[in-house]
Design a protein around this ligand. Sequence first.
Ligand code: ZN
Ligand code: MN
Length: 133
Amino acid sequence: MKTLKYSRQREAIKNFLSCRSDHPTADIVYRNIKEDFPNISLGTVYRNLSLLADRGEILKLSCGDNADRFDARITPHYHFSCCECGMITDLELSDMEQINQLAASQFNGKIYGHSLYFYGVCETCAKKVQKTS
Ligand code: ZN
Ligand code: MN
């Protein structure tokens, strides 16, 4: 892989992400990075996030119609997306490899992996729904 010119901005973006476990959008990253880099644009932040994702240094998550979310945790794991409040949280499931094997048993090509997210209502939203009904 081509080595990339060091960028303080990109490093700051990566550092910011590694302190967060809530999978922020580009907009949230932008608003925080702007405090240290007042002249940075949302476009630049988005470009850097995409670049980091392409290089496998962060994950870019697309869950439904929501804006892309970013994650500094790059070890394979699943996500849950709340249909009410839009929160995205890690969902710990073992045996991600089993799904690949299951798919491979139905398919003559080669399975490299899968991309999957769960959706529903989070615990907080589920409690609210109970109260109002
Ligand atoms: Zn929720
Ligand atoms: Mn995650």
